[in-house]
Design a protein around this ligand. Structure first.
Ligand code: C2E
Ligand code: CA
Ligand code: CA
Length: 260
């Protein structure tokens, strides 16, 4: 089966959707953010993960269209949840391959306008940021987003030597420590994480630890001073109804004075 050939039809047939994974505040244990992870519901193959079709989309240029689907969905969720009084940051992945086209920026502006969305409830996670070809152009686009109030996150942080440079160069509000670092307990990784957390905090950039799979991982990132944690130990990515059930429960447990 030629997946590449089917991908453009999949977008038209609305087969591209998302699963949702929460991030918790390490200090309070509350869900404070939710990441949208794209999923392709193929009519015969079932659910296909992004590792399979995002590279194809980047290659074929369809990434802009998939990006638009995900931005629309993320903005719609953010607006819906804001209207329910839930203070949840919604994160959408934007590939470095989308940065050169201004379409994703325009799409965000259109959604903010149409949905009366508070843009500070939205974060874009820049994936494959090492593949940014024109750093000046990327900085310019991301600066526009920051000006609107949208958060900018550097994904998979710590997987390449250029990471620290990017923390200094990109107008980011957040870094996401890659799970290869988070899950490693050797001295070198721990020291690297300490330095990243310190540098990020000096720059008022928050740190999200990804790939938290065990209680030990959570304790480690708590001791290191990470702000948020995300991973299978806390919750696996799941359908929208599942995350909304979690957010409803959390909302129902809110102290009364906070609601008033
Ligand atoms: P990512 O942005 O780093 O997303 C986290 C990935 O790790 C997700 O895989 C998630 O399911 C998985 N994960 C979460 N917690 C754990 C854990 O505790 N342990 C392990 N081993 N894995 C965990 P997923 O959904 O397969 O996504 C893979 C990658 O595809 C994403 O990595 C992201 O780079 C890319 N991606 C996903 N959705 C989109 C999208 O809409 N646009 C773009 N451009 N890229 C996307
Ligand atoms: Ca991500
Ligand atoms: Ca990541």
């Amino acid at each position: 089966m030629n997946l590449m050939g089917e991908l453009s039809g999949a977008i038209e047939r609305h087969e591209i959707g998302a699963h949702f994974q929460p991030q918790i505040d390490v200090k309070t244990g509350l869900i404070v953010a939710v990441e949208l992870l794209s999923r392709w519901t193929h009519p015969s193959l079932g659910l296909i993960g992004p590792d399979e079709f995002i590279p194809l989309a980047e290659e074929s240029g369809l990434i802009d269209e998939i990006g638009a689907v995900m931005i629309d969905l993320g903005c719609e969720c953010a607006a819906d949840w804001q209207s329910r009084g839930w203070n949840i940051q919604v994160a959408v992945n934007v590939s470095a391959a989308e940065l050169p086209a201004s379409r994703f920026l325009v799409r965000i502006f259109e959604n903010v306008d149409r949905l009366h969305l508070d843009p500070s409830g939205l974060t874009v996670e820049i994936t494959e940021s090492r593949a940014i070809n024109d750093a000046r152009e990327a900085v310019a686009r991301l600066t526009v987003l920051r000006g609107l109030g949208v958060g900018v996150s550097i994904d998979d942080f710590g997987t390449g030597y250029s990471s620290i440079d990017q923390l200094l160069a990109l107008p980011s509000t957040e870094v996401k420590l890659d799970r290869s670092l988070v899950q490693s307990d050797d001295e070198e990784s721990l020291r690297a994480m300490e330095i990243i957390v310190a540098l990020a905090h000096v720059r008022r950039v928050s740190v999200v630890a990804e790939g938290v799979e065990t209680a030990e991982h959570l304790e480690r990132v708590r001791l290191l001073g990470c702000d948020r944690a995300q991973g299978f130990y806390l919750a696996r990515p799941g359908p929208r109804a599942e995350i909304e059930a979690m957010l409803e429960l959390q909302d129902a447990a809110r102290p009364r004075e906070e609601i008033a």
